[in-house]
Design a protein around this ligand. Sequence first.
Ligand code: B1M
Length: 208
Amino acid sequence: MDLKPIYKNVIEGQADAVESGVKAALAAGVDAGVILNEALIAAMDEVGNRFEDGDFFVPEMLIAARAMQAGLALLKPHLTAIDVQAAGKIAIGTVKGDLHDIGKNLVAMMLEGAGFEIVDLGVDVTPEAFVKAVQEGANLIGMSALLTTTMSNMSATIEALKAAGLREQVKVMVGGAPVTEEFARSIGADAFAPDASSATRVARQLVA
Ligand code: B1M
């Protein structure tokens, strides 16, 4: 089945058309992961390119994001076939100053499917809120950042965990488009994951 119309409708922010396209693709037996990667994520990459080129502005990015999320909601049950065993409790959030949540939501969704208990702290999450989540029992922290300017808040959160005497009892995983393995190492995170499916594998290794 041709996924181009879904791709095009995400870029154009046509949420209803994205929903009907995703429904039709699922009904035709297209794998949910293929729809996610080849239509939804690919479209958001193109939206980013157009923004960089000055063809799109924030409102266009926002309506494209809404259209993507409408498609993502339909894929969720197909991406999260729940494993039986509870794998651990992860507090996940987009760091302070950063409002991008699509990638973070996708990672949370996949981790939920892998059996993790999810505490979704949302966006613009302060170091103090991550610390509180660890005090309340999270054994893994997942931080997402999409802006180069907010990546430093990952390191601020790790410092806050140390200051609270909690660093040794929690594993820290980081990710998001500008984040790299090298950056993760430099701030003392336990792991980096480049995408949602590897985040699941990495999280499992961290709590094993
Ligand atoms: Co923003 N934005 N945005 N934006 N936006 C980017 C990130 C940008 C790269 C666009 C560009 O210039 N090409 C650019 C950042 C440049 C930079 O810092 N180097 C940018 C900018 C500049 C901005 C504003 C500053 C624009 C402005 O106001 N002038 C502003 C900032 C607001 C703020 O946060 N304070 C802004 C605002 C917005 C919207 C609100 C309009 C909207 C977000 C809506 C929302 O999230 N609800 C938006 C969008 C949609 C984007 C782009 C187009 C798409 C992001 C996305 O959802 N991608 C983005 C361009 C791009 O990334 N190509 C862009 C799809 C998503 C599935 O991918 O989030 O990368 P991603 O997640 C992946 C991996 O990174 C990884 O797994 C996910 C799935 O595979 N991952 C993890 C993510 N988190 C992880 C955590 C993990 C592990 C893996 O462990 C815990």
